[in-house]
Design a protein around this ligand. Structure first.
Ligand SMILES: [Mg+2]
Length: 263
């Protein structure tokens, strides 16, 4: 049985990670933004790309059934936002759907983790990745860690607010090459919110593991709190450019190189 351990390095300051994770680990679950991938790539490259290509994309693909499904769900969400008094851009009966695109851009600006928005963004990014205009970034310790974990026959999965399509595209078109062969499952907001413990219970069950057998690595303590409440083991990932997090008891790492196994 392999056990996961963390070793501390002289570079640690503050709440040094000293304790090994307590139970055998069957599955590693990774967040993307601020964990595998710089926040800057998401906020300075991906979101602006979706924002600026939304109009053209909706005009070209708005009639295709899967895009139409996203757009219809977004219309519903707009009504709900209006009902809640959030004053979203009002929808018109405009032929090129400019008002709906304005609403999409409003959602992007508010960093809304809306399932139909994420679904639409994934489809917009798909074109960018396929044309070579987009290429994703991962931190340099990520590819060697994925390689090492594969050698240890450790399954690695993703849980991100971005759609499963967007996740596969991101790992399939990275500057380090196609990393999808290292990943076994992908979970998005259709599994539930990242701050709902129930989401982590469902994911552990889908991974055919008990919750303590799954370790979740994320840059957000709110997500780690939910995972921990569900019984998962947690690691807070500190990366350059991440947002400051409240003080917490989650062990932390600065690199996936700090996650290792005892044999
Ligand atoms: Mg994150």
């Amino acid at each position: 049985m392999h056990g996961i351990c963390l070793f501390s390095t002289p570079f640690y300051r503050g709440s040094v990670v000293t304790s090994a994770l307590s139970a055998p680990v069957r599955a590693i679950l990774l967040d993307i933004e601020g964990t595998t991938t710089p926040l800057d790539f998401v906020y300075q490259v991906l979101f602006p790309y979706a924002r600026s290509h939304a109009q053209e994309f909706v005009v070209r693909h708005g009639a295709s059934p899967d895009v139409r499904e996203d757009l219809n769900a977004l219309r519903e969400e707009n009504l709900e936002d209006a009902r809640r008094g959030l004053a979203p851009p009002a929808l018109q009966n405009d032929e090129a759907a400019e008002s709906l695109v304005a609403y999409v851009q409003w959602l992007i600006d508010h960093d809304r983790k809306s399932t139909p928005l994420k679904s639409l963004e994934g489809k917009i990014w798909e074109e960018g990745y396929k044309s070579g205009e987009l290429r994703s970034q991962v931190f340099e310790d990520v590819p060697p860690a994925l390689e090492r974990w594969r050698e240890l026959q450790q399954t690695v999965s993703i849980f991100s607010s971005g759609s499963v399509l967007a996740q596969k595209l991101l790992f399939g078109h990275s500057t380090a090459g196609d990393l999808t062969p290292y990943l076994s499952s992908y979970f998005d907001t259709t599994a539930g919110s990242k701050i709902d413990p129930g989401s982590y219970e469902r994911i552990a069950s889908a991974l055919q593991s008990s919750t303590p057998e799954v370790v979740f690595i994320s840059d957000m303590t709110s997500e780690l709190d939910a995972a921990k409440a569900a019984g998962l083991q947690t690691l807070l990932c500190l990366r350059p450019g991440n947002r400051p997090q409240p003080v917490s008891n989650h062990p932390w790492i600065r690199s996936f190189a700090e996650v290792c196994w005892e044999t």
